[in-house]
Design a binder for this molecule. Structure first.
Ligand code: SF4
Length: 431
């Protein structure tokens, strides 16, 4: 589903009052524009509407419109008169496609608040130009917290003590997705688990087939390091995307926090998924022990080089029962800078505000992420009785989805078609 920035109706021009489509003029922070309007009974000047492309599709109360604006519109005034010319040169180099590794490091390292705000504002401008004012919301079902791996940062690692392990049955998974699609309007859902081989390839394939048969929804699989053959079968069954993060592009760092795993193997699998035609969602962590700003610059460049379709950045959060429990959390500001730079380099990519960022910054993290170049959110659809046990890190933020679910274009076929179109565009860009 999508949510757009609301606009105020300033004129209605409908020569045939009984005709279901009217011509209206609306105004938002970018000025006035003409739109078509679907049949919105008794729409009048002064009302607020949400619109998709050139069509107003839904009336919004003024109170809710202001709440959405508060969430989605950047509002800091930036005094650019005192900006360093070197910084401006680096920042603007993305327009010529020449933002270099050194330039990225310069942007990541700035501690000047005005430069930082300018970076965020530039990313937001690029997002608006490339993607208009659409913000997407997707859902995630965490269907098993069992895992055979021992990632040093993760509260679900095999050896973690005090985790109440659960597995949802295939029936539970299918019905949870069906409810989210039918009752709440979700159009893209991620099915996530630890690396849990209790679910055979055939079980996963069957779950995907059943969902695709009953619901019009895009399915993304986040089931870890399984064989490429398994990914091929899941794709053939109807999976559209794969959420598979590389976590860090620094080979030694990767291997040091993923005992028993190999950087080469992971990257080979990721490449294989791309060749299979998956819509690739990948990303990295900010704040791993020993990670440098230069490493993060390489992470960003790797995302661009791989032409991932969805690029996510999340701060590391320490968790008890892990070898990194005493390591400080990653920086939210550095994560936001990385999001902003990704947007400069990949104008059309889907960039989510990660739950880790929201966990560190709460509701403010969502607003900061969305006004720094991000354009989507992922809401948790895991049944309540399991949700608290999917603890990759503690105090996971489960932000309220109210405004989004109330005003996302979720009952409209238009919403699915818009997503389909955007995914197609993303594939074109990633070719
Ligand atoms: S990060 Fe994923 S693969 Fe690693 S231990 Fe946690 S759930 Fe398992």
């Amino acid at each position: 589903m999508c949510l757009t920035i609301p606009a105020k109706v300033i004129a209605i021009d409908n020569p045939m009052p009984d005709f279901p489509v009217a011509k209206i003029t609306v105004e938002d922070s970018k000025g006035a524009r003409e739109l078509k309007s679907l049949w919105l009974p008794e729409l009048k000047v002064g009302d607020w509407v949400l619109y998709a492309y050139d069509t107003a599709v839904r009336r919004v109360s003024e109170e809710d419109a202001r709440e959405i604006l508060e969430l989605l519109e950047p509002k800091k005034h930036i005094d650019i008169s005192r900006l360093d010319t070197g910084f401006v040169e680096v920042l603007k180099s993305h327009t010529a496609g020449t933002l270099s590794r050194d330039g990225i490091v310069r942007l990541l390292k700035t501690e000047d608040p005005v430069e930082t705000e300018t970076l965020f504002a530039e990313a937001n401008t690029v997002r608006q130009a490339a993607l208009k004012d659409f913000f997407c919301i997707h859902g995630i079902v965490e269907f098993s917290n069992h895992c055979v791996r021992e990632c040093h940062y993760c509260g679900l690692r095999k050896g973690a003590a005090g985790v109440a392990r659960y597995r949802m049955t295939p029936d539970e998974i299918v019905s949870t997705v069906e409810d989210a699609v039918r009752k709440r309007g979700y159009k893209l859902i991620v099915l996530q688990s630890g690396d849990d081989f209790h679910y055979t390839d055939e079980t996963l394939v069957d779950i995907i087939r059943r969902i695709k048969k009953s619901s019009k929804v895009f399915i993304f699989m986040s089931v870890g390091e399984r064989s490429l053959e398994c990914y091929r079968k899941m794709k053939a069954a109807g999976a559209s995307g794969s959420l598979f993060r590389f976590e860090t592009s620094n080979r030694e760092l990767y291997n040091s926090v993923h005992p028993g795993q190999s950087y080469e193997k992971r990257m080979k699998l990721l490449k294989g998924m791309k060749e299979l035609g998956y819509y690739i969602a990948s990303g990295f962590l900010v704040g791993l022990p020993g990670q440098t700003v230069e490493d993060i610059a390489e992470d960003i460049l790797m995302m661009k080089e791989m032409k991932v379709n969805m690029a996510s950045v999340g701060p590391f959060i320490p968790c008890v029962s892990t070898p990194l429990s005493a390591h400080p959390a990653g920086s939210a500001e550095l994560s936001l800078k990385a999001i902003a730079i990704l947007r400069l380099l990949m104008p059309k990519a889907k960039i989510p505000v990660t739950t880790a960022l929201e966990t560190i910054e709460s509701e403010e993290g969502r607003r900061l992420g969305l006004s720094s170049g991000a354009n989507s959110l992922m809401f948790n659809l895991t049944p309540e009785r399991y949700r608290g046990e999917y603890r990759i890190y503690p105090n996971k933020y489960h932000g309220n989805a109210e405004v989004w679910e109330k005003y996302g274009l979720f009952n409209e076929e238009l919403s699915y078609r818009m997503l389909e179109k955007k995914m197609f565009e993303a594939f074109e860009v990633a070719k």
